[in-house]
Design a protein around this ligand. Structure first.
Ligand code: FAD
Ligand code: MLT
Ligand code: ZN
Length: 535
């Protein structure tokens, strides 16, 4: 066993790891620019090498009840929003029609950029009266084809609504518009001595409205919980243009049904989120990050069990990746180095602690790591000595999705499973696929969330037929979820029954019908196509 390589304490300020998408603007409060940045994601630079594959659309029929856009519609929108917020430019539309994974591509001819809730309301009211289908779009970083049109739906992006409305330092409650980019909120809060309760690799592009609408999980859920807990209020516009003001800032409010929860995770199918109020934790002074190696999956599991008990309140992330994931990151991402050279291990765990007492936290972490090493749970490890090193550890973990995209075609699954069974699926999949594909597993182990990814040089129906429905059936047998945090979108709308009963889906369909009787909001997504009469 190699000697423990923990050295000095990590520098103390809270940091934000380098994001894949460096948004060129850093101040969400003062920036009034309204165009959607195409350069922010590095999207064009490498996706040109990726194989295009349009999943699922061949199976879907355009709902004939929807109207087609005409010049009167466009003039009407220009009247409400002004010429420059009604986008017909081909390049901008190509970006807005194509998802981050380049698997889904719509053919919308119109992108609308409202600047106020009133404008969103007027646009939706009109679309509803004309039966024009719409897709709410945020940063377009979604991974299930939910954020792009399937056919010619009008794209509505609230990215111009990016003001912080208020921040209360006593309660930590932030109220902001839905188009604020997550990373900009992180910077704003950092200046106030607070942090966002959620963090994810797409932070430089995704919008808080998109995060809420997908109920994004991310890297800190193990500590701060889901958005169902931290989002205190929402303002949303219904399909008919009605504005629902549920923008409360209270921790406790038991006055009847808490309808804001319907919008958290409903992926734009029930309304457009225009404002959000969210509880933010104070920024604590002591952050430590350790990158560890484990000989087998069972050791990762035991390490999690121990970390929850021994690190307790200071544990703020517990992420894992297998050696295939690390290899991908090393081979495809610039500047990524193995923190534990020269040997490769079977599994890696990234542990972050966040607390308020530097020496206590450090001692606690080091004692835990030493004990785990003596107990054989860790084979090697290193604690970041400064912010740069901590960021470099995070870059490995956060960079895996990008590395996968660079490697070729990706079949991506996002599953909630019992932690003890989780990695069996990766192994079974490897046995099934043999040499025809690379099967990799990583994810939010602390939350029981596996990201199972199958990487091949190009898309191949024969491979897909070996993966599905096997992966969904396997998950269903464990009473797991086929969508832990990414949502159902278009990719899994028809797979919902693997995780939800018929009665539950029927009630969801009734709610959808009640709130959006014409079905104009994000059609073909979330709910199975069989429940709509036109399909
Ligand atoms: P979009 O992708 O634009 O839209 C997503 C869905 O929300 C769509 O259905 C859309 O219609 C709807 N929507 C968007 N804005 C609104 C609105 N204002 N009102 C109503 N509906 C709206 N996800 C995680 O959960 N955890 C992760 O760790 C994570 N890491 C990621 C890392 C990378 C590199 C990438 C590319 C993605 C990652 N994701 C992750 C997925 C994605 O970033 C999240 O789902 C994110 O919350 C989407 O936000 P967005 O603004 O990009 O929304
Ligand atoms: C992650 O945790 O990295 C994201 O959810 C993206 C992915 O699953 O690839
Ligand atoms: Zn994730």
């Amino acid at each position: 066993m190699q000697k423990w390589r923990a050295t000095r304490r990590l520098l103390l300020n809270s940091y934000s790891s380098k994001s894949l998408f460096h948004h060129p603007r850093s101040n969400p409060i003062s920036d009034h620019s309204t165009t959607i940045s195409r350069s922010s994601s590095g999207f064009e630079s490498w996706t040109s090498r990726i194989h295009y594959r349009h999943f699922a659309t061949a199976m879907i029929q355009r709902n004939p009840a929807f109207s087609s856009l005409n010049s009167d519609d466009i003039n009407y929108f220009k009247g409400i929003l002004g010429e420059k917020n009604v986008i017909e430019d081909e390049d901008a539309l190509l970006f807005a029609n194509t998802d981050w994974m380049r698997k889904y591509k719509g053919s919308s001819k119109l992108l609308l950029q409202p600047r106020t809730t009133q404008e969103v309301s007027e646009v939706l009211k009109y679309c509803n009266s004309r039966r024009l289908a719409v897709v709410p779009q945020g940063g377009n970083t979604g991974l299930v084809g939910g954020s792009v049109p399937v056919f010619d739906e009008v794209i509505i992006n609230v990215g111009s609504m990016k003001q912080v409305i208020s921040f209360d330092k006593v309660s930590g409650v932030l109220v902001c518009e839905a188009g604020c980019i997550l990373e900009n909120l992180v910077s704003f809060l950092n200046n106030q001595g607070f942090i966002m309760p959620l963090d994810l690799g797409a932070k430089g592009s995704c919008q808080i409205g998109g995060n809420v609408s997908t109920n994004a999980g991310g890297l800190r859920l193990v500590r701060y919980g889901s958005l169902h807990g931290t989002v205190l209020g929402i303002e949303a516009v219904l399909a008919n243009g009605d504005v629902l003001d549920m923008l409360g800032t209270l921790r406790k409010d038991n006055t009847g049904y808490d309808l804001k929860h319907l919008f958290i995770g409903s992926e734009g199918s029930l309304g457009i989120v225009t404002k959000v109020s969210i509880l933010t934790p104070p920024k604590l002074s002591s952050v430590n990050v350790a990158f560890l190696a484990c000989k087998d999956y069972s050791s990762c599991q035991k390490l999690l069990f121990e970390a929850k008990r021994r690190l307790g309140e200071i544990l703020s992330a517990f992420e894992f990746l297998d050696n295939e994931s690390l290899n991908l990151a090393l081979n495809h991402l610039e500047g990524v180095r193995n923190p534990l050279p020269p040997s490769m291990h079977n599994f890696y765990v990234l542990i972050e602690t966040t607390g308020s007492d530097e020496s206590y936290d450090k001692e606690k972490l080091e004692a835990f790591l030493l004990r785990s090493m003596e107990g054989g749970l860790i084979s090697d490890g290193v604690i970041a000595q400064d912010i740069n090193q901590a960021s470099s550890f995070w870059n490995i973990r956060e960079g895996v999705p990008e590395a996968l995209m660079k490697a070729g075609a990706v079949y991506k699954y996002d599953l909630s499973l019992p932690v003890e069974k989780m990695y069996n699926l990766v192994e079974e999949m490897r046995t099934k696929l043999g040499n025809s594909a690379k099967v990799i597993g990583y994810g939010h182990l602390g939350d029981g969330n596996l990201h199972l990814n199958i990487s091949t040089p190009q898309y191949d129906d024969a491979i897909l037929a070996q993966i599905e429905p096997f992966v969904y059936e396997w998950t269903s047998k464990q009473r797991g979820s086929i969508s832990a945090e990414h949502g159902l979108g278009l990719m899994k709308a028809n797979k919902i029954f693997y995780s939800k009963s018929h009665e539950t889906v029927q009630l969801m369909a009734s709610i959808k019908k009640l709130m959006d009787p014409n079905g104009i909001l994000n059609p073909y997504k979330v709910l199975p196509h069989s429940i709509f009469s036109y399909s």
